[in-house]
Design a protein around this ligand. Structure first.
Ligand SMILES: [Zn+2]
Length: 351
């Protein structure tokens, strides 16, 4: 049995039983844009170099409506640190990320989640299975010592790698949220449909199963519907906020008809800006997913706090940031407030 209580009261499963849970993700892209980590290796070095900024971004997402503070340990694993020659920072980076998230969760009443992710080492043979298990065990061990409320295993495109992550998490007794990342092919890299893979994960004990990353709202939603039909428990949906479509279903395959100069000929990952969803598209997605019966919702790589606020409001919430939700009635030209200059309001067509 999973233990399900948080330091602040009800745990993940109790909260899901009561209504939707929003989990902001996408810290890598946000810190890359801000200039604190490097696209390519995408290692969260900012955790050690500027812990105050990581705490602040957690706070901004909670202010915008996130119910979860997810420790920023995405890609803080042994393979990524090997790649940049900093394996000696592995434990410190994980422990620091967990401590930062725990502090913000405690001060805000949010859930505190640990995080493990795709290793980029798994290729299906026994040697890589052993390697990824060891990587998950050390990270989940640190998360357990930090007393997380639950652990997220995310962005897996191999079902078997996700199952290993799940097994390691389940041994802690904490609830497990496992999400798959679907590339252009409509099957995982080991050949399962997302609904069959999610069913397998649910049967193996995952408390929440679903999809995150890689696909935007439009190309993730049909897969979510199939998953919802196939599984019994809670389903997770955390798309990237980009306008993926049938011909270019992933953010890596997106092309920008307005600009041919992106490095490598593809907008991913640093020239996706003009292809981003507006907050209104994310609100539409949240409503559509909720109507399907999906209760664990969020936004992945590319997300900003405005996306999270729109998602929260679409689900009927009024997070603190809603105090500043747009009110165009008081705009000098587009507004309707009777005290506004009529000369400006009549000038609208000239704007
Ligand atoms: Zn992502």
């Amino acid at each position: 049995m999973s233990t399900d209580s948080s330091a602040n009261g009800h745990g993940l499963l109790d909260r899901l039983a009561a209504g939707p849970v929003i989990c902001a993700e996408g810290y890598l892209f946000e810190f890359e844009r801000r200039g604190y980590l490097q696209a390519g290796a995408f290692v969260p070095e900012v955790v050690l170099e500027h812990p105050d900024l990581v705490a602040q971004l957690h706070r901004e997402f909670v202010h915008a409506g996130s119910d979860v503070v997810e420790a920023f340990t995405y890609y803080a694993h042994r393979e990524k640190l090997r790649l940049i020659g900093k394996e000696h920072l592995l434990e410190a980076m994980n422990r620091q990320a967990l401590a930062i998230a725990k502090e913000v969760a405690a001060e805000s009443g949010a859930l505190f989640a640990g995080n493990i992710c795709n290793t980029n080492v798994y290729v299906g043979d026994d040697e890589s299975k052993r390697a990824v298990r060891a990587m998950f065990e050390e990270q989940v061990g640190w998360a357990l010592e930090a007393d997380v409320d639950y652990v997220i295993g995310e962005t897996f495109s191999w079902t078997e790698e996700a199952l290993i992550a799940l097994d390691v998490i389940k041994q802690t007794g904490k609830p497990a949220v496992i999400t798959l990342a679907m590339h252009q092919e409509p099957v995982t890299r080991d050949g399962l449909t997302p609904q069959d893979a999610c069913r397998r994960l649910e049967d193996a004990g995952a408390d929440v199963v679903g999809l995150n990353c890689i696909r935007g709202p439009r190309t993730m939603l049909p897969m979510l519907q199939a998953i919802r039909w196939q599984v019994n428990g809670h389903v997770a949906a955390l798309p990237v906020p980009y306008r993926t479509h049938d011909e270019e279903p992933t953010f890596q395959s997106l092309r920008d008809p307005g600009f041919a100069g992106a490095p490598g000929g593809r907008p991913f990952p640093t020239a996706l800006d003009p292809l981003m969803c507006t907050r209104y598209e994310i609100a539409d997605f949240a409503r559509d997913a909720y109507d399907l019966g999906i209760r664990y919702l969020g936004v992945c790589c590319g997300a900003g706090p405005h996306h999270i606020r729109a998602m929260a409001e679409a689900l009927g919430r009024t997070p603190p940031a809603s105090r500043f939700t747009a009110d165009m009635s008081r705009h000098a030209f587009l507004g309707t407030d009777p005290s506004l200059k009529v000369e400006n309001r009549e000038y609208v067509a000239e704007l």
